[in-house]
Ligand binder design. Structure first.
Ligand code: UDP
Length: 240
């Protein structure tokens, strides 16, 4: 399917229309941003790595009965996806405390969270993707109570599947962000990507707090060897 006009360029992907109005082409970029795009850079090979890793994880989730927007990958950094109406929420799942949770609450880095914490942020760059309560979601009409219930249930299942899978890869799934959309049949479907850009991943065999980091925190915190960490995650994922 040939790419037609560019529909949208985001921080990590470009979306193109295709001849089929129900299918879009997502091209994953090597560009990296952090802190609401205040920090910018490039991670060599990231587009290919994130696309291939997302493909592998979407296939696993589909096999377990989770609906995703994934169709196929015509190239290592290109993915055909089903067109969705995006629900403007970033759904964050935390199995261990890290990042903004530690900064905002004082919970120590690495504290286990049982049950896992599921949080919602309003997907809006102008406001800096703020954390929102369920009440605010309804007041802003971002989603209905039934949709929030379904998204929460799907998210719990996705977390269980991904956590078990990463454990087989000797990787700890610390936290991650996912997004959902609604397809032409009104079904809630997992969208976007699942990659070291959107997950915190720690090497389970490594105790050193810097060496264990295999995700975008290496870029955010200038820890070095970002490409090497992304490549290692991909190799582990593809081997399992
Ligand atoms: N995350 C993301 N996109 C965002 C914000 C967060 O993919 O715009 C991911 C992030 O990589 C981490 C998880 O969501 O795996 C939780 O992030 P957190 O709220 O701790 O924010 P951060 O400290 O990364 O800004």
């Amino acid at each position: 399917m040939t790419a037609l006009q560019k529909l949208y360029e985001g921080k990590a992907k470009i979306l193109y229309a295709t001849a089929d109005p129900t299918i879009l082409l997502a091209c994953y970029k090597d560009d990296a941003t952090a802190f609401n795009a205040q920090k910018r850079g490039t991670i060599a090979g990231k587009g290919r790595i994130n696309c291939t890793m997302s493909e592998h994880l979407f296939r696993k989730l589909e096999a377990a009965g989770v609906p995703t927007h994934f169709v196929d990958c015509p190239a290592p950094n290109e993915m055909h996806v089903r067109a969705l109406t995006i629900v403007p929420l970033e759904v964050i799942v935390r199995n261990f405390a890290a990042g903004s949770l530690c900064k905002q609450t004082g919970i120590a880095l690495g504290t286990p969270l049982d049950p896992p914490l599921i949080e919602f942020c309003y997907k809006n760059d102008e406001f800096g993707d703020p954390l929102v309560t369920e009440g605010r979601i309804y007041a802003m009409k971002l989603a209905t109570p039934a949709q929030v219930r379904e998204i929460t249930e799907l998210t719990q299942r996705i977390n269980e599947i991904l956590r078990d899978f990463f454990q087989q890869c000797d990787i700890i799934l610390v936290d991650f962000k996912i997004e959902f959309g609604i397809d032409s049949g009104g079904r809630i479907v997992l969208g976007d990507e699942i990659s070291p850009d959107t997950c915190r991943l720690w090497d389970a065999k490594e105790t050193d707090p810097i060496a264990r980091v295999l995700d975008k925190d290496r870029f955010r915190q200038d820890l070095g060897n970002v490409e090497g960490a992304y490549q290692r995650v991909l190799e582990k994922v593809l081997a399992n």
